[in-house]
Design a binder for this molecule. Structure first.
Ligand SMILES: *Cc1c(COP(=O)(O)O)cnc(C)c1O
Length: 403
């Protein structure tokens, strides 16, 4: 690389990543093949539109790449292409979610989503996000009693508020989600059910968490978390009108767009221009990698590592919210031991352990200096860490925080 300034910065970041222990729950390390695909000439190409229907010439190879990503995405999640379509063009998870609302929720309509403070994502209707400015959030949280989702409570909220869409799938919720119950919640309001599996799509692909596709109308995901692909997003949508919904009546001869058709239009031309084809090429690589026995083993190890790390911290007196985890992530209440989330994360960072501060359910502190830490093991498991390493790590974290 001729640009030495950038070259040095890239080298410095590579070195930084190698030198730290990374417990950021939303991060991972992609394979060399994924990295290689990202740095290719596909980044030069404009490909507005979809395979076979582009607004630019010269897309014969690009079409094959996008179709490959589509086929692999459907195969990985065991979907019948007659029943489900997938859009692999969203630039990331947030635009994927916005594209869904744009397609399915009328302006000013209601999005029922978990509040950010309880583990939801900004794009589930939070006021600082587009999703909360153009639509109205019907917030829900976890139960104060056990910090888990109380599905009966959600049913009550849905019946009362009649949201247009119900969103499940979270950024900081360590437990498995009961998608059947979430379907009942959506049905109680006649709403669509959107599953945002950004954090857990890798765990679902690896068979560690149940598949949401039986119950969901729409499934969105990022591609760079446990799934271990390049940064990006995908939207899966039914090739019909939603679970249990009939085709809307129209004047004779007019076909009604299915959910998938509506999503396609919403992504392009609705909110994006050209897709990032280098990202999509890298995604195709990652999807094949995820469709393997070794990836399944990886996800098993992620769960083992998270359970070990959280269990060992618990043994050393740290409160883990909801009492534990069934996934790649857990929340630790440090305020109970007299530390703020910010202090705790800064102390760990000084010792080369990267985490993020996070609110815990019913937090009494501000999100800028909350009571908790969010820890995840997806990245370190990619680097080959096992249970014994987690025990040693828990010991180190405990020592640093109690110093
Ligand atoms: C990470 C995440 C997103 C958004 O992803 P970006 O790629 O950062 O825009 C959306 N939903 C959930 C639940 C997430 O955890």
């Amino acid at each position: 690389m001729k640009d030495t300034k950038v070259k040095n910065l890239l080298a410095a970041e590579k070195k930084r990543q190698k030198s730290v222990i990374n417990l950021v729950a939303s991060e991972n390390y992609v394979s060399d093949d994924v990295l290689k695909a990202l740095g290719t000439e596909t980044t030069n190409k404009y490909a507005e539109g979809y395979p076979g229907a582009r607004y630019y010439g010269g897309n014969e190879v690009i079409d094959k790449i996008e179709n490959l990503a589509i086929d692999r995405a459907l195969k990985l999640f065991k979907l019948n292409p007659k029943k489900w379509g997938v859009n692999v063009q969203p630039h990331s998870g947030s635009p994927a979610n916005i594209a869904v609302y744009q397609a399915l929720v009328p302006q000013g309509g209601k999005i029922m989503g978990m509040s950010l403070a309880h583990g939801g994502h900004l794009t589930h209707g939070h006021g600082v996000s587009f999703s909360g400015k153009f639509w109205q959030q019907v917030p829900y949280g976890v139960s104060e009693k056990n910090e888990k989702i109380d599905y009966d409570e959600l049913l009550k909220i849905a019946k009362k508020e009649k949201p247009d869409i119900v969103v499940t799938g979270y950024s900081a919720y360590p437990r498995k989600i009961n998608f059947k119950k979430m379907r009942e919640v959506a049905d109680a309001a006649g709403a669509y059910l959107m599953v945002d599996m950004a954090h857990i799509s890798g765990l679902i692909a690896g068979g560690q968490h149940p598949s949401p596709f039986t119950y969901a109308d729409i499934v969105t995901t990022t591609t760079h978390k446990v799934l271990r692909g390049p940064r990006g997003g995908m939207i899966f949508a039914r090739q019909d009108y939603g679970v249990g919904k009939k085709a809307p009546k129209t004047k004779k001869g007019k076909s009604v767009p299915t959910l998938f058709d509506q999503i396609q239009k919403s992504v392009f031309p609705g909110m994006q221009g050209g897709p990032h084809m280098n990202q999509i090429a890298a995604l195709a690589v990652a999807l094949k990698e995820a469709d393997s026995a070794s990836f399944k083993k990886y996800t098993e190890q992620v769960i083992k590592n998270t359970k070990t790390l959280s269990g060992e911290l618990k043994k050393r007196g740290w409160r883990i919210t909801s009492g534990g985890t069934d996934s790649h992530v857990f929340l630790m209440d440090v305020w109970k031991e007299g530390l703020t989330g910010k202090e705790a994360s800064e102390r760990l960072e000084k010792e080369g352990i990267i985490v993020n501060m996070n609110t815990i359910p019913y937090d009494t502190r501000s999100p800028f200096n909350p009571s908790g830490l969010r820890l995840g093991t997806a990245a370190e498991t990619t680097r080959g860490k096992k249970e014994k390493d987690m025990i040693a790590l828990a010991e180190r974290i405990d020592k640093i925080l109690r110093k």
